[in-house]
Design a binder for this molecule. Structure first.
Ligand SMILES: N[C@@H](CCC(=O)N[C@@H](CS)C(=O)NCC(=O)O)C(=O)O
Length: 218
């Protein structure tokens, strides 16, 4: 089984299924590809039906898109409990994951993965100011606080135990760190969302990703 990813320093989409696959405990290899030049883009289109990474090569098939790779992992490794066991929590975890997968455009656009390595926690950048970004941050804080207060009693993750939703929000935590976003200014008066961000940043698997990202960039 091989996960084909983009450059670790930039590809937030690649980080998500990599975290998910790590949680399964299954053996897999990772191939990092670049898509800066026309030749590299052409090679990626040869590998990928959509022209995008990440891709999972398994059992002679190519599975593309972060969400479907994550669902594939949840189906094939049920013992890893990649979605919450409780049906209501599971439905809301899927909602939160889908919202991340298709939304938060201002956060993505205005807090991008630039040359100063936001993903790997190197230099810090000034906090951008924009009404659309404020709306995204208020929504994130609201979502995180609601799920943590309803389902978070059994652990530090969004739904208590770790789930695919946490993989999807890990790149957001890297953005909050790098762009020095003060969540208390977006509705997180008592630091519940902040603590969730800290938990995401402290994941050993994410620390490994950051080490690999910087090593490959050197
Ligand atoms: N919806 C896709 C988005 C994937 C995506 O945007 N991948 C970017 C890297 S983070 C990419 O492959 N870019 C290739 C290019 O720009 O040529 C997913 O969830 O997998």
């Amino acid at each position: 089984m091989e996960l084909i990813i983009g450059p670790r320093l930039y590809s937030t989409w690649s980080l998500r299924p990599w975290l998910v696959l790590k949680r399964t405990g299954a053996a897999f290899t990772t191939r990092e590809v670049s898509y800066r030049t026309e030749a590299q883009k052409a090679e990626l289109r040869r590998l990928s039906p959509s022209g995008f990474v990440p891709l999972l090569k398994v059992d002679g098939e190519t599975i593309w898109d972060t969400l479907s790779i994550s669902e594939w992992a949840a189906e094939h490794y049920p013992e890893a409990q990649l979605w919450p066991v409780d049906a209501t929590a599971r439905a809301l975890a899927r909602s939160a994951t889908a919202e991340m997968h298709s939304g938060f455009m201002a956060l993505r656009d205005l807090c991008g993965m630039g040359p100063d390595h936001p993903m790997a926690g190197a230099a810090r950048a000034e906090t951008p100011s924009d009404p659309a970004l404020d709306r995204d941050l208020a929504r994130l804080v609201e979502l995180w606080r609601q799920m943590r207060s309803r389902f978070g009693a059994d652990g530090p993750w969004l739904f208590g135990d770790w789930s695919i939703a946490d993989a999807f929000f890990t790149p957001v935590a890297a953005r909050v760190r790098h762009y020095q976003i003060d969540l208390s200014g977006h509705g997180d008066a008592d630091g519940v969302a902040r603590a969730y961000v800290e938990a995401l940043l402290a994941q050993p698997d994410f620390e490994e990703w950051q080490r690999l990202a910087l090593a490959n960039a050197a």
